[in-house]
Ligand binder design. Structure first.
Ligand code: FRU
Length: 489
């Protein structure tokens, strides 16, 4: 279905109860509704926003167009949790119903200040000529969860030298000063990020552009985030317009980081190369927060813009990833599923086998929503791996090719396909004799953590409902395999 501009700008407040119920019914019938991931009740979810801990709870908001699986007028939807894994829907947080955000309450972040949660976000506005005027706005949430917008933007124009692609403020506090990093596009149509500072979250001063070694790296940088882990600065952003290169950059848009410490006075940064955060098909616009115990936690959008997904015909699209802990070990960024995910574990099963050029199943190892940890010790096998969500014709395959030292995720036969224009296999280099796969599988997704967080592959998959099989294999020789599985839900 083609959506007209008018339909995309229809607000949830303007549709009838009957139409709303119809849409909900259509979504509820979808076989691909997730069981333990944050997903929209209806319509389209995109970026995680305002991820924070405030008043004893984690708060995680997301971009939401309620009325269909398209990028229409965006709201902020609010979810909250005491443990990062059981999330409660708390309703709409920011409605794009004012002059300062008339065409969408776009992405932004949250920070506690004066006992309240300050949400800084981009108000997307357009004038009669349909020219965009991005505003940076504040909404404040109190202890009762009541959110009030400030009437005037705190940054109401784009500084000279940048286009109207200027959005997604991420705020942090350093030495009593607030900083906000904003994604931007220079007038020569190259992407970058800029920095503002403020003593009080109200008065903001433009400090300048972040000086990186990536002056020509795509045409727009969305959703920047800057933080430190054990003193190491990490700058995460989502550049658009990067061409594929070897195993990298095969999705429509990318998401990654450079390691480097930002000098907020000079906006300079000596940094490493850019690395993708995730090797999978569906990952974009991540945002991080610091947990009360000091851990750095990241959540991403398990989806990408401008792509068709099989749930579109069911009136909804996308979900968020599970939260991950970010650490720096031996100079490498590691990502592990948050330890609280153990709270979701149900029935436990264990199995092990010596595989010799064979494909094996284990009794009771099956399911559509589960956690699985599987280690292979490679003796002389050429390759080994796991197949999940298997039936007669469908399967999702994870392979470690020991000859070429490559790890790959293949969703060619996973069932219904998301846009296959961008390929159906993702790979990366991995040199190991011992490979561990840690999987979180839900009705329509797979998150694969490899070798204790060294690599992550995140992917939506849309298998038939009877795809419950799990198989383990070694080809061209021997490998031993040990597996533990827990049901979830
Ligand atoms: C990234 C993004 C952001 C923007 C938001 C709008 O996916 O394009 O740059 O704020 O989505 O929904």
């Amino acid at each position: 279905m083609q959506w007209t501009t008018e339909q995309r700008y229809t607000r949830i407040e303007d549709i009838s109860e009957k139409d709303w119920k119809e849409l909900k019914k259509q979504v509820d019938r979808s076989p691909w509704r997730q069981t333990y991931h944050i997903q929209p009740e209806t319509g389209l979810l995109n970026d995680p926003n305002g991820f924070s801990f405030y008043n004893g709870e984690y708060h995680l908001f997301y971009q939401w167009f309620p009325l269909g699986p398209v990028h229409g007028i965006k709201y902020w939807y609010h979810t909250k949790s005491k443990d990062l894994v059981h999330w409660e829907n708390a309703g709409i947080a920011i409605r794009p119903n004012d002059e300062i955000d008339s065409h969408g309450a776009y992405s932004g972040s949250g920070i506690e200040h004066n006992g309240q949660l300050y949400l800084m976000y981009t108000g997307n506005t357009r004038d009669e000529q349909w020219v965009r005027h991005p505003k940076q706005n504040i909404a404040v949430m109190d202890e009762q969860g009541i959110i009030k917008k400030w009437e005037t933007p705190v940054i109401d124009h784009v500084p000279d030298g940048y286009t109207d692609h200027f959005r997604d403020p991420k705020v942090w506090k350093e030495n009593n000063t607030f900083y906000s990093i904003i994604g931007a596009q220079r007038i020569d149509k190259t992407g970058c990020a800029v920095l503002y500072s403020s003593p009080d979250m109200k008065n903001w001063t433009f400090k300048g552009e972040i000086q990186t070694d990536l002056p020509h790296f795509g045409y727009m940088w969305e959703c920047p985030d800057y933080f430190t882990v054990d003193g190491q600065g990490i700058f995460v952003f989502s550049p658009q317009g990067i061409a594929p290169d070897g195993d990298q950059y095969h999705n429509i848009y990318q998401s990654g980081y450079v390691l480097g410490n930002l000098d907020v006075q000079t906006q300079t940064m000596q940094h490493s190369e850019f690395h993708e955060l995730d090797r999978g098909f569906d990952f974009y616009a991540p945002q991080t927060m610091e947990a009360p115990d000091g851990r750095r936690i990241l959540v991403g959008w398990m989806g990408l813009p401008e792509m068709a997904y099989p749930t579109d015909e069911h009136g909804w699209a996308h979900c968020l990833t599970l939260p991950r802990e970010i650490t720096i070990e031996n100079g490498r960024l590691m990502q592990r599923p948050v330890r609280e995910l153990k709270n979701l574990r149900g029935i436990k099963m264990e199995a092990s086998a010596q595989l010799h050029d064979e494909v094996k199943t284990f009794d009771s190892f099956s399911g559509t929503a589960f956690e699985l940890v599987c280690s292979f010790e490679i003796q002389d096998a050429d390759s080994c791996g796991i197949e999940i969500r298997v039936n007669e014709t469908e399967k999702t395959v994870i392979t470690y090719d020991a000859i070429h030292q490559r790890l790959s995720l293949d969703r060619t036969y996973s069932g219904a396909l998301a846009d296959s224009e961008y390929g159906t296999v993702r790979s990366c280099f991995l040199d190991t004799k011992h490979v561990t796969f840690h999987l979180f599988v839900d009705s329509s997704s797979l998150e694969l953590f490899v070798n204790d967080g060294l690599e992550v592959f995140t992917s939506r998959i849309f298998p038939s409902e009877d795809c419950t099989g799990i198989r383990f294999f070694a080809k061209g020789g021997r490998a031993s395999c040990q597996a533990v599985k827990w049901t979830i839900g």
